[in-house]
Write a protein that binds this ligand. Structure first.
Ligand SMILES: Nc1ncnc2c1ncn2[C@@H]1O[C@H](COP(=O)(O)OP(=O)(O)O)[C@@H](O)[C@H]1O
Ligand SMILES: [Mg+2]
Length: 452
């Protein structure tokens, strides 16, 4: 009878929970004096249930059954306390509470037996219950929410390419190849494949990461999952991506990459500086490249990444690649030679075999660097709220030269330098009440002056 009551109560969960909550609150008020003797009873009950079901304490504490049990144990012990008190003349109250105690004990037993696990499963959102049920009943592995289709309606390929070209300067061939491939592949909707898998190669600071971000921003509503492979150089790094095996420390936290894929559903997965990842990490990521799937080790849940573009970047063999790019016409010969250069420095050929396109980033020309400097100058000025009227040629020449003269002095550093050199001056000019400014160079100093 009690079991049937529980079953029907479960069906009307919110009403049941409210009623039960009120009831328990009343009981709690009535039983306050007996709370102390009840605590050991409740703790013993929890300890017993933990041992019997092998559950960690936090699971137990999160289950509704556990709280119910604890409160019922309070009622029970109060009952017995009142029963003992009955000898002092409160026979009817003692009898009533004694009955309550016996009911409480039975309910507690049923709750612990049948409801601890169920309570945990109840934490699963309603929409995912069927999936979970079919998994628990032993059918196929679960494919988590995903397999979403990237929605490019309303995006004009020519406009998107143009917008990205304005942001990633001097890499037109790579930008055009990337956007046209993504648009084409998105229309194909290949089952069990990512939208596209791209490999960006070339020198550091040439715009590889920037292009990945630009694609995410313009085509995928800023959904970018960035995996910094330099941080995944240990064999156990795989656990950060797909979780620890069940039973290991951290297994309940799940895998970060899996969860991000589940959360974003479509977007760009950027595997930045892929050559720095540990081989075990690469092996794990192969399933993602091959079948757009990633299985979380801790839960066995498979996440579907068919709505993602996967971009890998690499700085490997960058100087020889720059030479190849300079010496060959755009085309299959160039790509063949770039791949040869990558293989020559030990780049994994399994990865090369799985990418749809290898896109080499050439060295930035002087005018491209000047344009990038200009882009950032204008952005900094706009952020401050100042219109730039005039910029000294000496500033641009100096910045471009610095990048050329100092090895490893990438655009990244130049951008930082621009910021350091002009932002304070721009702010001062704005504080003086100007809306327009000119930037000049005086010896080693950059001078920003307000213009009426
Ligand atoms: N082609 C480019 N166009 C515009 N900005 C660029 C370009 N290349 C580099 N930058 C700037 O330099 C920074 C570093 O570039 P990044 O894309 O991270 O280089 P990498 O090729 O090493 O990934 C970027 O944040 C961006 O500000
Ligand atoms: Mg980068």
């Amino acid at each position: 009878m009690i079991a049937a009551m529980f079953r029907s109560a479960n069906a009307a969960s919110p009403v049941y929970a409210l009623g039960l909550g009120l009831l328990l609150l009343l009981v709690l008020f009535a039983t306050l004096p007996a709370l102390l003797p009840a605590l050991p009873v409740a703790s013993a009950g929890i300890a017993w249930a933990m041992r019997k079901h092998g559950l960690p304490l936090r699971h137990f504490l999160r289950s509704r059954g556990a709280w119910l049990t604890t409160l019922l144990a309070v009622t029970g012990s109060t009952g017995w306390w009142a029963l003992a008190d009955a000898h002092a003349g409160e026979a009817s109250a003692g009898l009533a509470l004694g009955t309550a105690a016996i009911t409480a004990a039975s309910l507690a037993y049923l709750t612990i037996e049948g409801h601890i696990m169920r309570s945990i499963l109840e934490l699963v959102p309603t929409g995912q219950r069927d999936q979970l049920d079919s998994f628990l009943s032993g059918s196929d592995p679960v494919v988590a929410a995903g397999g979403a289709v990237a929605d490019f309606t309303g995006l004009d390929p020519a406009q998107v390419t143009e917008a990205i070209r304005h942001r990633v300067i001097g890499q037109d061939a790579a930008v055009e190849a990337a956007t046209s491939l993504i648009f084409r592949r998105a229309r194909l909707r290949r089952p069990n494949k990512p939208i596209a898998t791209l490999l960006f190669v070339g020198a550091t600071g040439a715009g590889k990461t920037e292009l990945s971000k630009a694609i995410a921003d313009t085509m995928f509503r800023r959904n970018l999952i960035r995996v910094d492979c330099a941080e995944l150089s240990q064999p156990q790094s795989t656990q950060r991506l797909i979780g620890a095996p069940p039973g290991y420390i951290g297994s309940d936290a799940g895998g970060w990459l899996c969860r991000e894929i589940g959360r974003c559903r479509t977007g760009v997965i950027l595997l930045d500086e892929i050559e720095k990842a540990h081989p075990d990490v690469l092996t794990t990521l192969m399933a993602l490249l091959d079948e757009a799937r990633l299985t979380e080790q801790s839960t066995g849940t498979t996440f579907n990444a068919t709505g993602f573009v996967i971009v890998m970047t690499s700085n490997a063999a960058c100087s020889s690649i720059a030479q190849v790019v300079a010496a060959t016409e755009d085309g299959s010969e160039r790509i063949g030679r770039v791949k040869d250069e990558l293989k020559a420095v030990g780049f994994r050929s399994e990865i090369l075999a799985r990418v749809d396109a290898v896109l080499p980033f050439g060295d930035l020309t002087r005018s491209a660097v000047a344009e990038i400097v200009g882009l950032y100058l204008l952005t900094f000025a706009a952020d401050v709220g100042i219109d730039l009227q005039c910029v000294d040629a000496a500033l641009l020449i100096d910045l471009v030269q610095r990048r050329e003269q100092i090895a490893g002095y990438g655009v990244r550093e130049v951008v930082r330098l621009v910021e350091g050199a002009v932002v304070d001056g721009l702010l001062d000019v704005r504080d003086m009440g100007y809306h327009t400014a000119a930037i000049a160079v005086d010896g080693e100093r950059v001078v920003v002056t307000g213009v009426e």
